[in-house]
Structures are given as C-alpha cells and as structure tokens.
Design a protein around this ligand. Sequence first.
Ligand code: PRX
Length: 685
Amino acid sequence: MKTFGPQARGARVRPVSATQQETSPMSAIQSVLVENRVFPPSEATVKAARISGMEAYQALCDEAERDFEGFWRRLAKENVVWSKEPTQVLDESNKPFYKWFADGQLNASANCLDKHMGTPVENKTAIIFEADGGEVTKITYKELLARVSQFANGLKAHGIQKGDRVLVYMPMTIEGIVAMQACARIGATHSVVFGGFSAKAVQERIQDGGAVAVITANYQMRGGKELPLKAIVDEALSMGGCESIKNVFVYERTKTACNMVAGRDKTFSQMLEGQSTDCPPEMVDAEHPLFVLYTSGSTGKPKGVQHSTGGYLLWAKLTMDWTFDLKPEDVFWCTADIGWVTGHSYIVYGPLAAGATEIVFEGVPTYPNAGRFWQMIERHKCSIFYTAPTAIRSLIKASEADEKVHPKSSDLSSLRILGSVGEPINPEAWMWYYKNVGGERCPIVDTFWQTETGGHMINPLPGATPLVPGSCTLPLPGILAAIVDEAGNEVPNGSGGILVFKKPWPSMIRTIWNDPDRFKKSYFPEELKGYYLAGDGAVRDAETGYFRITGRIDDVLNVSGHRMGTMEIESALVAKTDLVAEAAVVGRPDDTTGEAICAFVVLKRPLPQGDEAKQIAKELRDWVAKEIGPIAKPKDIRFGENLPKTRSGKIMRRLLRSLAKGEQITQDTSTLENPAILTQLDQTY
Ligand code: PRX
C-alpha cells in the first residue's frame, strides 16, 4: 500500500516501465478510464527534488490542513518581497470576494527584476528570444530591468498612472513582456489581448475595461508571414466606444510602415526618447488588480477575469518552484502566448520572479518545419519544456510523416522535466511525449488549471508523484479539490462529478471586471455550498484518488487549448443578419485539436447545395474570423431549413452533438416538426 496524500489515502499503484506496455489501441477516452500504467519518479529525481518524495508532499498538505492561514503566511513571507509585509492572510468577511494579504504592499515588477539586483541572478540571462526567422537575442536581468524601467517612464510621461488600464496587443517578443512588466511597475492594470483576436474583440475589451492606452506593434511575424496588428487596432478604435484611448504606442517589429495617427500614435522609439532607465516601482496594495484577462464563459460576452498582485504573484513564483522544481541552471521554456493566462503566469511573471532563464519564441511550431521545437530545445539546451497537448498531437502526425522532424533527429538530452497544459492529454499522446521527447527519463507534469485560478491547481510534482498517463494526479498543497454532485455533496472515488475547490487560494480570480454579480453566479452558485465551481467534470480513481478531468460541463469549448463559448460563436453567426436566421454551435471530438467547432445554421434563403453551400460556408467562416478571430472559425458547417427543437421550442443540443459526432441518433425525435432536417443537417461543408 502506498499513501498518496490527504486526498488519496489508501492509494495503491502498480509500477511498470514504459517499455513493458504497448500504447493502448482503444480510443482516448476509453483508455483514460482504464489507464493503469504508473511511472514513479526515479530515485535520483526524488533525491535532487525540492519537494522530495510523497512524504514531503504529504507534509506540506498536512501543514495546510493543520494551519491553513499559517501555511500561506509562511509561503507569502518566503516567496514575495513586500514593501509592507502583510499581517492579514485570508479575509473572508465578504464572501466570495475573498482578499489575501490585504494590508500588505508590493510591486510585481520589483519582485521579478529589482529583487535580483545585487545577487548572482543580476547578470544571468533572463530571456533567450528566438524570432520567427531564427534570430536569437539574449537579455540579462539587469538589462531587462533597465528596459522595463525606461518603458515605465515612457508610460508615465504620457500621463498613464496607477489604477489606469492599458490594453496590450503584442506579438511574442521581449517588448511584449517589457510592456506588461512596465504596466505592473507603475501600478497600471494590463489587459492583454491575444494577437489572433479580431478588431471587434479588441474594441469590446477596450470598452469594457476602459483602457486609456494601447500598446501594439506594426506587424507580427508568424510562420514567415507578416501579419498586421496596428491596422486591427485602428479598425477597433474606429468602431466607436473607445474614446477613453488617448495614446497608441507602436513597436516597429518589421520595417513595413503602418498608418500612424498624429497626436495619438507614437512609435516605441518616439515614446522612449530621453526617458531614464531608472524608475522606482510604485508600491500597490496586495489586492490591487495586476491584470484583467478576458476569457470565455458559457453565456454572453467574454468575462474580464480580474487578478490581484500579491496572491497572484506568490502562486506564479511558488508553482515554478513546486511544479517545475526549478533549479538555478535550468533553461525553462513555456510555448504559450502572452495573450493567454499560461503566458502571463509562466512567461511574464513566474519564471522572472523565480530568477529563471527562459526561452521566448515568436513563431509557430511548424515553421520552417515541424521539428522547430526539438531543434530549439537542442539549440538553447532547454531543460524544462512546457507545452499543450494539441501541439504534441500535431507534431506526432508530422513526425510520423517525415523522419527529419521527429524528435529523435535532435539532441534532447538537456531536458529533465516536461509539462502539459490547457486540455486533457490523451494517454497515447502522453506516452509518445514521454518516450520520444523525454527519453523515458523526464517526468511529465500534466497541469490542470484555468484563467481564473491564476496558476497550477492539480498536477504531479516531478520529484514526488508517481505519474499516470492522462491524469493530472493530485492537488497542490493548500489546494482543496473535490468532486461533488449537483447539491455539493462529495461523490465517492470512482464516480464522476463536478470539480470544485472547497477553499479559496491566493491566486484565485477576484471578480469579473464590471460584473460582480456574474462573478458570484458563475463561480459560486448557491447550491454548491460556497465552493468554487471550475466548470469541468472530473473523476477520481477508485484506488489512488488521482483526478482525471473529463472536460467542460458547460457550453465552453476547448479547441487546441483555446477556450471559447458556443454562445459567442452563435452570436457571431447570427450577427450576419443578411444571411443567417438561426445558428447553434456544439463541439465534437477531434484527433488533433481535442475539440472542433461544429455550427448548425439556418439561412434566410433556400437550402444551399454543393458548391454554393461550400461558398456560403466559407463566407460564414470568414465572418466569424472577423467577429472573433480565426481560432473561432467553425470546422464543420451544416445547413438545415430548421434546427431540431423540443415542443417548447428549445434547441435539442444533445441531438446536435450526436449529429456532429456522426453517431447514430438514439434520442427521441418524434417531437420534431420536420424530421427531414436530420438528413439535411447530416451534410458537412
Ligand atoms: O477545461 C479545462 C481545460 O482548460 C480550461 C481552462 O482554460 P483556460 O482558462 O483557457 O486556461 C488554459 C490554461 C490553464 C479548464 O477549465 N484544461 C486546462 N488544463 C487542463 C485542462 N483540462 C484537462 N487537463 C489539463 N491539464
């Protein structure tokens, strides 16, 4: 018998080596449910690890259980540099608007940069930047501090101050990180929008957040192509509702000129001219909003997830140490974009707060060939590699088709830890990653978390937790995860249910910007006893207590690790008022992207066929790309003269999901007004 921790007492594992078992021939989902391969960490890994062995994990969990506030107080003291150390830990007086370390003061940028000055980290490489075309730039902590400070002075010189919101729409560059850190330095709240989102998405986020400035670039480089960013900002600002914007700062990423509006727009060099490289950080209260990041919910428009400074920073730094067991000599690489929460926590804040050397990559994994990740790991001697299952799955396919881009064509011996994030990793992809990238030597940390959680929640610790492919294993110490039924009662291990967190944690979402009611309703529904509702289904292994995430239980889709609401896509489709009468969007499983978007559309014109239908489908995809962004384009579009509805007029979404999957229809369709539409909706364009 082996004890796995408080959430998993009585757990038993059956260790086998990777070579003992063949990859399961069953479908991903089935094999997740019957997975029984276990990979304990090697003795050497355990010995060298910061949290060494399950006993050490257990001891931390026990400490949190024994004295919850004392546990967090200790960690906050050890991991954050405070200008005013907090005396308070958790303030629950206005649930669920929890406060952490409320009387403490700090600056996030000082915790990432100034803190290292005068230490050996000062002259260490902070960022190894590799551009789309392959050029490499390195910058030390000291140089980065000077750049951030100068940028912060530039912002201040334009009247931007503590409490203002600044929208960042930048490519993956050192400059993007500098912009975010500079906002943090002066106490301005940044709101980063992923560079793949449309003008409308930018406009909506400016309007909702009331941003006073935009930081952008003329173009971004992706896969050898120059894509406009500034032109999209111009379009957004011309849509109205963006009167709050006084300045637009433009990084000249390429030499191609872009439109500049006199009096409003300045290039970075114009903005930085004459600015000192010294800027004292503005100290803020621990609860001061460090950033707002928009993410999709099950209804309506994206929500502005508001994060704090103190609690957020504590967790970003600490999870670098715990989850990745970061050592001074590590070269860390998180392949996310700064436009997503993974980029915020594990590119912009966590690695710098932890004093790591990190790789920042501008391009895409398939350019100039699908071996780019492996070649970069070799080139920069990457030791911790953190990516998404969707990238792994697409690179598996590519390397099966072409040996030259297979990981074995690169020297990956520098790797010691692998990570996965953003969606469930199917055991087949896990095994491939483990064998071909990790050489059966590197633990894989499958990290479950969300924009709202700010940092990792449920994941293995590399020097402690025995790994099971497809399982994110156990919650981090201090995180109280549970699986409950609809009344909030815990279900026995082995039964599926709703994933909740029973206690608050420091890096949790504080509210939805401008919408505290929606915050309460979305995350703390009354029937769940005050627990935080993650929005995912999960099941715990009957023996080990390990968690497996079974996917969203709401109308949120996860396409290539990108989170999207079905309602958002439906609203975009019906906004094409000249063509679309009605639309319903569902997800269906996809081998590469995890989930794919399938749209059922009723047109304001006769049912199209053949080429005409293809043409309209293309028009609709382009429309959605313009309304939201190319990532929201439906993969499948199906047309019908109507949508299947119940007698009360509700769209039969379960039936649509079956149709999307190509399943046989087992639901009762007797109430359908016109059964012929099922045949119409069978055809995909
Ligand atoms: O459904 C879960 C899935 O991604 C959702 C959160 O998406 P987002 O806020 O965009 O953040 C992604 C990066 C943290 C979750 O509700 N998800 C994320 N990580 C995992 C996961 N599902 C299974 N396993 C994971 N490791």
